[in-house]
Each structure stands twice: as structure tokens, then as C-alpha cells.
Design a protein around this ligand. Structure first.
Ligand code: ADP
Length: 625
């Protein structure tokens, strides 16, 4: 076994690899960019080295610099995590050439599976079923449009080099094809520096089922059961579970076998995942990810294995245990907590985590803690929450409960979406298909409900009665009309509310009077009430600031960059009449194209940016008359 490894990654996965290394008595070396000087993975590792500026291209993607650090620091192996260099065959080769073990498959296997198009041709040859489509080299517009017509709409355009749902666009009608093709190419160019596309029949209601595989250097390849990752937003996984529920024994066996065949076809070793889409009793190969997946913890939960430990053992030459795969135990579900706003097209939310409280009763894999920043340089995932129980219903309940004990302040998160998903009847009844979130967007993605008047009034009453410690006695000074009437201002989720209390009654913002429940809610130490009502967490505090009305009115006229990014396209010009919600600017930030829409109806008065411009957070891009 190695005694020193370098982790060529950041965030939760780097922290997670350090944890296993430490348990095995292996020294871990972290690398970090300028933006991560004080990051959690740096604090956790035994040793850490600066490798460059914040942009990944200049740091976490600099294989040469990282290899140099590894050699100088005496590492015998490099764990690439996921993303960054994990599926870079050249890097794997460079490691081997430098005499350092790459903790992953051989470069040739990475290369064979690296292109979605090439891997599909390979799978056709290995008789693994694939979705009907076009996987050819020729890429001109006319040919691709003709192929799309041959496959029949709807078709899915996919970046051959793709990952994370980037450069992927479903096209429902022939007339939209060329515009979507251009968009997919732009996104693929930005994300992967590669514009090649493939086309596939777009299945209407598929599930995403994948198989964890493992291979050793002695020719043994085995599956480690299935995962279902059908709950996706913009083709990115949100909730994952293991084993995939509701598959017939025959289909499950076919999936295991197809996955092992796929791995065998490329001479695979170490951990990998073969992804399929499943519709009815049909399963089609999607791609193979030649690395550890984000969602590997659900497989660890049901197998009792530490997959990182086995990655290290296999890389060091150990054989896989003969009794693998171990029988699955119970059911596991993982939720990805992201700093993003589902109500704003999943726009990443950057900022400092002023408060971060994660559930104690669940496995939590996090790469940040309170005080850390979510920046626009890297993936905005805050943490993964993993629940494991005897059956699916119990695991879903445990995860829901864990989310109830999760508090994130300073950035917007998808926590409400996660809770809504875990409570959705369709989710309770079985796993919905991959289009579920998009289809149910209206209910799932709408902004969280504001704190109901009842909750606001209860908090006000707690203040007035001096609930909690003495600090809250000062509510008395708010008394307006003798002893019986008290008026307070409560900040509810950032919205100022005026509450009047009289006897056992309350009135919020001049509305109807209603009876106050007797129960008091005690504030937390910081004088904030965190109340979850009907699945939605609320933050309430004694407040006295009414935002001036004029600020809101002028803000409405401007379209500002929500995060730093690069303008990819302008979809409006001075003088255009636009309607609320119409896309005006395409901004690329955090490797994703973000659609910025008109805040209201109006005429474009000024356009302050052009394609190619880099813009700062808050920059005014367009203003309406
Ligand atoms: P990426 O590597 O970008 O994640 P994948 O090829 O793995 O892309 O596909 C991601 C997701 O997109 C799948 O899980 C599935 O939900 C959806 N998807 C992919 N191919 C198809 C298809 N042909 N029809 C319908 N949905 C698809």
C-alpha cells in the first residue's frame, strides 16, 4: 500500500479522500488555488501546496504543476477525485511516465470511454444496447439536421466530450434544431473546448439507472449493484438512490451484465460507473464514467464498503475479494445540497456561508463549513446528505428529517426543492422519470412560500412576551397603545412585516385579526427564529428596516449580472419592446449558460455589454425605459 498520496481535487471529494487515507494511515497531500488557501480540504490534509490562481484552468487543471508537486512531496500515487483531471487520459499517462500511480483506470480505458460518440461505437461492437442515433465524425449543420430528421424528433443533441449535462439540448421540433445546435456547441466549447456533437433519439419518460463497477489488475471485473439517478434538473442529478428500485430481476441482471461487459471491453480497472437509460423493459448504454461518482456514498451505504479504500488497494495491486459483490443491505438515498436558486433557473448563488448547520444523524459529505465562501470559480455544491435505512420509505423519511435540521444562510440553496421532491407522492410511489422536475416545475421550483402570517405573529408574540432570555424584554418598548396593544416589526425571510398584538389576537400588515396559538417559539442564541412550516424553512428576526419603496421600483428596471461571468449572446437591442420573463442576455458563469430575463415589460433603453465581455457581479447589463 502507498504511504503518501496526493489528491488532485478540492471540496467535498478531496476531504472525503483525506478521511479514508487517514484511517488507513496514509499521508495525504492537498493542492489548492489562490481562492482555496483556507479551504476545508487544505485544513484537513497533512500537507498542502499552492498550484495557481483561482480559475481551474490555471490550477486544478494544471496536470504538469500537480505532478511536479507530487514528485517533490514524495507522493507515490495521485487520486484525481471527480471532475478536473479525473477523466484526462493524458494526465493518467503522464503520471505513469513519472512513476506515480494514477488511482483510476488505465489511460487507454479513459480514452476509449472519453468520447460519448466513440464509446457508443465501441459498445455497439461489444453488443451492449445503445439508443438509436448518430455518432459519426462529420459535423456540418446540414448533415446533422438531416440525421436528426432521420432519427425523428424529438432528438437530443449531446456534446461528444460532454458531462454534467453541459452541451446537451433536447429539440422537439425540426425548426428549432439549428438554433439549439449552435447553443450546444457554444456551451460545449466553453466547458470542454470541443464542439463535436452526437444525436440521439430523445426518450420521453426514461429513468437513469447506473451500475457501479470495479476491476482489479488481475483481470477480475464485478458490479456493485445499481443506483437510480432519475431526479435531475437540467440533466444534472439532484437525488440518487441505491439500489435502483422497481426493476424486474431479469432487467437488473441484464444491467449488471451489460455493465461488466462494457468495462471488460475496454480493459477496465478501478472504480467506474456504467450509465443507462431505462424505459419500460429496455435499457440503453449512455456512457461510462471512468472515475468515482459524486453519488458513490449510496453504494457504500448498501454494500458497507469504502470505495475510496478499494480504489487505493486496487491501484496498489491488490485483488478484489472473491465474495464480491456483497449482497445489498437496505436502501440509501443521497440529496445534493447546492448553492443555487431553483426559482431563478438554478442560477448559482455565490456568497459567504454565514451559517451552515448540517444534520448530525446522517452521513454528510461536505467541503465547506460556516464562514467559507461559495465562489463562482467552482461547482456550487455545499454538501451531500446520505440516508441509509432498512427500506426506501424509511430512507426517504430520514433524509427529509435531516433536511429539516439543515440550515444554510448567506447563499440561496435548493433545500426547499429537495424537501418538496422527497415529499412528492410520485416519489413516494416509486422513482419518477428524468423529466419529472421539469414537468412539475410550477410546484417544485416556485419560490419558497413566504412565512405565513401565523408564524410571523407567533414570533412577534414570543418577542412581546419576552420569550427566551432577557434580551427580548426590550419588546416592551414597542408598546404603542397602553398595555393591551403592541406593535412590532418582524423581518420574515427578508420581508419586513408589521404585527399588532392585542389580547390573544394578532394582525399582520393591516390584514384580518386572528387568534394567536398559545405555543411560544423560542429564538436561537443569535436572536433569530428558524421555523419550518409545511416543509419550508423560514428565518425570522426582530426587524425595524422597511426598505424604501423607490429602491424596489428602480431595481425592477435593470437587468444586473447575478454573478461574475462572460456574456455569450445578447438577445435584445436598444428600442426593442420586451415582455417580463423574455430572455435578454445569455451569460456564461460557472461553466453553465444562464438565461437572464427581463424583470418586467418595457422598452430596452440601454444595452451596456456585448458578447465576449467579462462582467462583474452586479454589473448593469440592460436597462428598460
Ligand atoms: P452527461 O455526461 O452530460 O451527464 P449523459 O449522456 O450521461 O450526459 O446524460 C445525462 C442525462 O440526460 C441522463 O441521465 C438522462 O436523464 C438524460 N438523457 C441522456 N440521453 C437521453 C436520451 N437519449 N433520451 C432522454 N434522456 C436522455
Amino acid at each position: 500500500m502507498f504511504n503518501t498520496i496526493l489528491i488532485a481535487n478540492r471540496g467535498e471529494i478531496a476531504v472525503r479522500v483525506v478521511r479514508t487515507a487517514r484511517r488507513l494511515g496514509i499521508r495525504s497531500i492537498a493542492v489548492f488555488s489562490d481562492a482555496d488557501a483556507n479551504a476545508m480540504h487544505v485544513r484537513h490534509a497533512d500537507e498542502a501546496h499552492l498550484i495557481g490562481p483561482a480559475p481551474a484552468r490555471e490550477s486544478y487543471l494544471r496536470g504538469d504543476v500537480i505532478l511536479d508537486v507530487a514528485l517533490r512531496a514524495g507522493a507515490q500515487a495521485i487520486h484525481p477525485g471527480y471532475g478536473f483531471l479525473s477523466e484526462n487520459a493524458d494526465f493518467a499517462e503522464a503520471c505513469a511516465a513519472a512513476g506515480i500511480a494514477f488511482i483510476g483506470p488505465p489511460a487507454a480505458a479513459i480514452r476509449a470511454m472519453g468520447s460519448k460518440a466513440e464509446s457508443k461505437r465501441l459498445m455497439v461492437a461489444a453488443r451492449v444496447p445503445t439508443v438509436p442515433g448518430y455518432h459519426g465524425d462529420a459535423q456540418d449543420d446540414a448533415l446533422l439536421a438531416a440525421e436528426a430528421a432521420r432519427i425523428g424528433f424529438p432528438v437530443l443533441i449531446k456534446a461528444s466530450a460532454g458531462g454534467g449535462g453541459k452541451g446537451m439540448r433536447p429539440v422537439l421540433r425540426a425548426e428549432d434544431f439549428l438554433a439549439e445546435l449552435a447553443g450546444a456547441r457554444r456551451e460545449a466549447q466553453a466547458a470542454f473546448g470541443d464542439q463535436r456533437m452526437l444525436l440521439e433519439k430523445y426518450l420521453q419518460r426514461p429513468r437513469h439507472v447506473e451500475v457501479q463497477v470495479f476491476g482489479d489488475k488481475h483481470g477480475r471485473i464485478t458490479h456493485l449493484h445499481t443506483r437510480d439517478c432519475s431526479l435531475q434538473r437540467r440533466h444534472q442529478k439532484v437525488i440518487e438512490e441505491a439500489p435502483a428500485p422497481d426493476l424486474s430481476d431479469a432487467l437488473r441482471a441484464r444491467l449488471h451484465e451489460a455493465a461488466e461487459n462494457a468495462a471488460r471491453a475496454v480493459g477496465y480497472t478501478n472504480a467506474g460507473t456504467v450509465e443507462f437509460i431505462v424505459e419500460g423493459d429496455d435499457a440503453f448504454f449512455l456512457e461510462m464514467n471512468t472515475r468515482l461518482q459524486v453519488e458513490h456514498p449510496v453504494t457504500e451505504a448498501i454494500t458497507g464498503l469504502d470505495l475510496v479504500e478499494w480504489q487505493l488497494r486496487v491501484a496498489a495491486g491488490e485483488a478484489l475479494p472473491a465474495h464480491w459483490p456483497p449482497a445489498p443491505q437496505g436502501h440509501a438515498v443521497e440529496a445534493r445540497l447546492y448553492a443555487e436558486d431553483p426559482a431563478q433557473d438554478f442560477r448559482p448563488s455565490v456568497g459567504r456561508l454565514s451559517l451552515l448547520r448540517l444534520p448530525k444523524a446522517l452521513r454528510v459529505d461536505a467541503g465547506v463549513q460556516a464562514g467559507d465562501a461559495v465562489t463562482s470559480f467552482y461547482d456550487p455544491m455545499v454538501a451531500k446528505l446520505i440516508a441509509h435505512a432498512t427500506d426506501r420509505a424509511a430512507a426517504l423519511d430520514a433524509l427529509l428529517q435531516g433536511l429539516g435540521h439543515t440550515v444554510v444562510e448567506g447563499v440561496t440553496t435548493n433545500a426547499v426543492l429537495l424537501r418538496r421532491l422527497l415529499r412528492a407522492p410520485a416519489m413516494r410511489a416509486g422513482v419518477p422519470d428524468t423529466g419529472f422536475i421539469a414537468r412539475e416545475a410550477e410546484t417544485l421550483l416556485r419560490a419558497p412560500d413566504p412565512a405565513p402570517d401565523l408564524v410571523v405573529a407567533q414570533v412577534a408574540a414570543s418577542v412581546a412576551r419576552g420569550a427566551g432570555d432577557g434580551a427580548w424584554q426590550r419588546a416592551d418598548s414597542w408598546q404603542l397603545f397602553g398595555v393591551r396593544e403592541t406593535a412590532l416589526r418582524i423581518d420574515a425571510d427578508g420581508l419586513p412585516c408589521r404585527v399588532v398584538l392585542r389580547g390573544g389576537q394578532a394582525q399582520v400588515d393591516g390584514g384580518e385579526w386572528f387568534a394567536l396559538p398559545a405555543a411560544r417559539i423560542a429564538p436561537e442564541e443569535d436572536g433569530v427564529w428558524r421555523v419550518t412550516h409545511d416543509g419550508t424553512p423560514h428565518r425570522l428576526a426582530l426587524g425595524d428596516a422597511y426598505a424604501p419603496a423607490s429602491a424596489a421600483a428602480t431595481a425592477d428596471r435593470r437587468l444586473n449580472a447575478p454573478i461574475p461571468g462572460r456574456v455569450v449572446a445578447m438577445q435584445c437591442a436598444v428600442g426593442d419592446a420586451v415582455t417580463a420573463g423574455q430572455v435578454l442576455v445569455l451569460l456564461e458563469a460557472m461553466k453553465t449558460e444562464i438565461r437572464l430575463t427581463a424583470p418586467r415589460d418595457g422598452k430596452v433603453a440601454a444595452v451596456n455589454c456585448a458578447p465576449g465581455d467579462s462582467v462583474d457581479e452586479g454589473a448593469e447589463l440592460v436597462s428598460l425605459a
